[in-house]
Design a protein. Structure first.
Length: 282
């Protein structure tokens, strides 16, 4: 019995050490970037990004530039990214959850065909869709607008698949009970089933927000003016053949991570629960 406990403890220690090493490797790039964000750009040009901490040259001046430099362009980019990410995440959760729920709960003609279509679309590279989607946005006259960035990718096939797999495992007795009590189908979904899908919403909220926040190719195609740029496009515009504004670039990159960190900390329990339960149901 004691040998078994010692073996288990040894395994736990090994797993813990491996997880700590993996965490250190993952966090190392962010640590490099965080320390470098307090250094002047000329130091980065001379010595590159490093972990040397010199309090004589480190300051918060770079973060002050985020507000004052280039007429506050960075804050416009930040605001645009927040608005687009919020719009995309809210609409994506609302639409994909209803589609996934419908495919899981209701039996109707063509249901399997729709589900197979969803799976097929998941395998289509985004590069193939860019041209037809661009022509569609031009036809709808939503070029250089928030809607032009959000609408073409608001219904993610992966999110539909995830919600469908999660909804398959929900107890159908609640639906029957709601119908007996005279509740309509939308009432059953919003009042009964949606609260049961909270872990799935938590997981998808983080994944959808991360996808929208980090999106680069499509916003680069749709957005035309500097005022409408998102963070990813704006920060990339700081790197030019004629000079690189590392003072603003590094500090801006650090600040760009904060919303995703806050979102994950607020939804981490639902995120882990949603991925765990959703991955084994169905």
């Amino acid at each position: 019995m004691q040998n078994t406990k010692k073996t288990i403890n040894a395994k736990n220690i090994i797993v813990l050490v491996l997880l700590i090493l993996a965490s250190a490797i993952i966090l190392a790039p962010f640590l490099f970037m965080l320390i470098s964000s307090f250094k002047p750009g000329r130091e980065l040009m001379r010595y590159g990004i490093n972990l040397n901490i010199d309090l004589n040259i480190m300051s918060f001046d770079n973060y002050g530039l985020l507000v004052t430099d280039r007429d506050g362009a960075y804050m416009h980019w930040y605001k645009n990214s927040l608005i687009i990410t919020t719009m995309h995440t809210v609409l994506a959760l609302f639409l994909t959850s209803m589609v996934g729920y419908g495919l899981a709960v209701y039996n109707f003609k063509g249901r399997n065909l729709i589900f197979l279509t969803v799976l097929a679309v998941m395998m289509v590279p985004i590069e193939i869709l860019i041209l037809p989607l661009y022509r569609l946005t031009v036809f709808m006259n939503i070029i250089n607008t928030y809607w032009g960035v959000v609408l073409p990718f608001v219904v993610s096939p992966f999110a539909v698949f995830f919600f469908r797999q999660y909804a398959v495992g929900l107890p159908k007795e609640f639906i029957d009970a709601g119908r007996i009590d005279g509740c309509g189908e939308f009432g059953i979904y919003f009042r009964i089933m949606m609260p049961l899908m909270t872990p799935a919403f938590g997981a998808m909220a983080i994944l959808q927000a991360m996808t929208s926040w980090n999106s680069f190719v499509w916003p680069l195609i749709v957005l035309r003016t500097t005022e409408n740029f998102t963070l990813t496009i704006g920060l990339s515009s700081l790197i030019t053949p004629y000079g690189n504004n590392y003072d603003l670039l590094i500090a801006g990159s650090v600040m760009s991570v904060i919303p995703l960190i806050v979102l994950f900390l607020l939804n981490q329990k639902a995120f882990i629960s949603g991925l765990t339960i959703g991955g084994v149901k169905g």
